[in-house]
Design a binder for this molecule. Structure first.
Ligand SMILES: Cc1ncc(C[n+]2csc(CCOP(=O)(O)OP(=O)(O)O)c2C)c(N)n1
Ligand SMILES: [Mg+2]
Length: 359
């Protein structure tokens, strides 16, 4: 696939085997992660087809670099919040593959105790704040989290993922305006895959994604989200700037989904042509692109690549087996976790530690 990727001359001669300043261990880690995401999603697709997963299931196949390149550039204590196409982002944040798959299966061992499902993965310990099914709903929540970080004088960053359809929601504009005024440590990331369900972005907006944050004075980056090395370097720099008090940032992360909007939607044929999708799969597969860089630069050989892939397949299969063998939540759990239970009835806005056992 060497002829198809966008590795320019400067990259090829940058002295790091085309890694653009990313160290070889990190580049290999990015490869390992993306292979896991791909094999995990393929396994989820298989599980959905045989009725193991109920409800919606939106795959991230094709968009793996957007998750790996951004989240692996963060610190552990940084927060990630997202929409409903978030399985790989949860994995990137360190949630165990078994706990993610079990959540898709609706099992008690899932990261949301089997009561959230595909669109509502959550893990506070790992700072993964969902999983949100309402388009744009997570954007003001991200600003609130940024406000909390500033209020408590912490050193964390929030990364808020959304789809391109979210930028036409009113909440998006209010949240970005307040974030800019309060100089909040939030990176708002549009995973710009060109479509919201079956509607091309160009049909619903006179302006481009990268222009959306201009009127709020938030600096914007356009990043090739199919290129994991470019994405990693961009987010490493963005996170450092935001952590240093630079205020919010906005990213037009250009990507493409290789599958249908959800498992029940067609891949192509109605709103996008078969040729368009096939062209993207052939020319802009983030995994194949990094694979070529690693092989050509001598950082990886075919045998090690196959071992890495086989490891990813095993993890995905083990996640499936774990989920399949796990129990469904007990009916007595039905009303648990519906409302937050506060320690003594107070909201802890003043930075005190929560009492043991409170949420
Ligand atoms: C407020 C709201 N309106 C409509 C929907 C129905 N809906 C679900 S997904 C979707 C498209 C979102 O597309 P985008 O934000 O580009 O994300 P992508 O699916 O491309 O990742 C819509 C309109 C919804 N979930 N929430
Ligand atoms: Mg979209």
């Amino acid at each position: 696939m060497a002829e198809t990727k966008t590795v320019d001359d400067e990259t090829r001669t940058d002295g790091a085997g085309g890694l653009r300043g990313v160290d070889p261990d990190t580049a290999l880690r990015l490869m390992r992660e993306m292979l896991l995401y791909r094999r995990f999603e393929e396994k989820a697709e298989e599980a959905y087809a045989i009725g193991k997963i109920g409800g919606f299931c939106h795959l991230h196949i094709g968009q793996e670099a957007a998750a790996a390149g951004s989240i692996l550039a963060l610190d552990e204590g940084d927060y990630v919040i997202s929409a409903y196409r978030e399985h790989t982002q949860a994995l990137a944040k360190g949630i165990d593959a078994g706990a993610v798959m079990a959540e898709l299966f609706g099992r008690a061992t899932g990261c949301s105790k089997g009561k959230g499902g595909s669109m509502h993965l959550f893990d506070y310990e790992r700072r993964f704040m969902g999983g949100h099914g309402i388009v744009g709903a997570q954007v003001p929540l991200a600003s609130g989290m940024g406000w909390k970080i500033r209020y408590r004088d912490e050193d964390h960053v929030v990364v808020c993922f959304m789809g391109d359809a979210a930028v036409n929601q009113g909440a998006f504009h209010e949240a970005l305006n307040m974030s800019a005024v309060w100089n909040l440590p939030v990176i708002y990331v549009v995973e710009n895959n060109e479509y919201g369900m079956g509607t091309a972005f160009s049909r619903v907006s006179r302006t481009e994604i990268h222009e959306k944050a201009c009127s709020y004075g938030i600096p914007t980056s356009i990043v090739d989200g199919q290129d994991v090395l470019e994405t990693f370097v961009a987010f490493r720099d963005l996170a450092a700037g935001v952590r240093g008090g630079g205020g919010p940032r906005f990213v037009d992360l250009r990507t493409y989904r290789f599958k249908g909007h959800s498992m029940s939607d067609p891949v192509s044929g109605t709103y996008r042509s078969k040729e368009e999708v096939e062209g993207k799969v052939k020319n802009a597969d983030p995994i194949a692109t990094l694979r070529d860089v690693l092989l050509e630069g001598g950082h990886l050989d075919q045998e090690s690549l196959e071992a890495m892939d086989s490891e990813a397949r095993t993890t995905a299969q083990e996640a499936f087996d774990f989920a399949d063998e796990s129990p469904f939540p007990d009916p007595s759990e039905l009303y648990a976790d519906v409302y937050a239970e506060l320690g003594d009835g107070r909201m802890f806005f003043d930075g005190r530690e929560r009492p043991e056992g409170s949420v």
